[in-house]
Design a protein around this ligand. Sequence first.
Ligand code: ATP
Ligand code: CA
Ligand code: CA
Length: 401
Amino acid sequence: VKKPGQTISKGHKNYELMLNLQLGIRYSVGKLASATQMRELRQGDFDPREKFWTRFPPEGSKITPPHQSVEFRWKDYCPMVFRHLRKLFAVDPADYMLAICGDDALRELSSPGKSGSLFYLTQDDRFIIKTVKKSEVKVLVRMLPNYYQHVCQYKGSLVTKFYGVHCIKPIGGQKVRFIVMGNLFCSKYRIHRRFDLKGSSHGRMIDRAEGDIDETTTLKDLDLNFVFRLQHYCFEELLDQIDRDCEFLEAEGIMDYSLLVGLHFCSDTLTPKTGKKSASEFQYEESGFEDMGQVLDDRRPLIRLGVNMPARAEQTRLRSGSDMYLSSWGGSTTPSKRGETYDVILNVGIIDILQDYDISKKLEHAYKSLQADPTSISAVDPKLYSKRFRDFIKRIFVEDR
Ligand code: ATP
Ligand code: CA
Ligand code: CA
């Protein structure tokens, strides 16, 4: 399987940035592991001022190793909290360091979002590093106490798992801020299709002129032509958890997040069960997937909410002409006409949760409202956003009876 992204080696324009990031992470994780014993969190650990600058001169210092690039400063935000979060999310410090700081450890993904953020993926696929805006760091640090509480309380929470927030400032250069998070698509089941779903329709279709759709293409709301049938217990748990996660995000004033869905088509159902083959895009003839029988027969013990959830994906036959799509989704939850059904494994999570409804989003709302139905555009206030998001989710996930 071809891995997505480009390995960053010497000569790459972000090579230095990557080296700095690796030096920084190694330093931060190493320092915490050796010096301080793990202790209970205190309120002060969440203090936004709880951040530490460290100087990395090329010749090295008492606490930093020598290195090849220009001098830079490194900042850790609330390191103690993230140490606890990594523990909570069962990330071993040594694995973490190795995954990020090993040789050839990072691949740069060709920027998947519109925001201009850079994305790096570790070779083992477990972690994603994303460069973020100052405002996003602010939002994260502000929500950190409640985020911490939320993920402690709900082990099955679908919101992004954050492992660290840092900043690099090369001498004479710009600050680069970034977050380390869990890769939602790190699964033993190969992901064949991925969707980034917001519940809004304006501009929510990929540009087909840009090339072939394949496993690494992130499809959007209007490209979705499935409903997902879930077993009763999975269905309830998922929808309840999405409700709780959305309530949390709404209370934090967040909007513009997405439900990221990864689909693995199980091998024995790669060709439709009913009738002739449908769109050529689903003709996965290759085999070599793991034995699905066991997973699908013996569901309960193997399932963790969010990853590797068995489901049946039913093609709705609603192709993405947007008007048809909207009117068809508007009414009933089940499409009147049953399409072809596939057994799938789902990976789902809520991502991009650091955007608050700030002045730029309010302006975007005002501006786009001139061209499109105001309720169809992504930028709406957090309350409306959450409602629309959940309404949409309730239409694409249905209970398998
Ligand atoms: P925009 O604000 O324009 O939506 P962005 O730069 O903030 O874009 P994200 O929405 O965070 O970017 O992510 C863009 C894409 O990157 C997602 O659609 C998804 O395909 C991938 N991605 C982001 N976060 C994760 C994650 N935690 N696990 C797996 N894939 C991810
Ligand atoms: Ca996004
Ligand atoms: Ca974003």
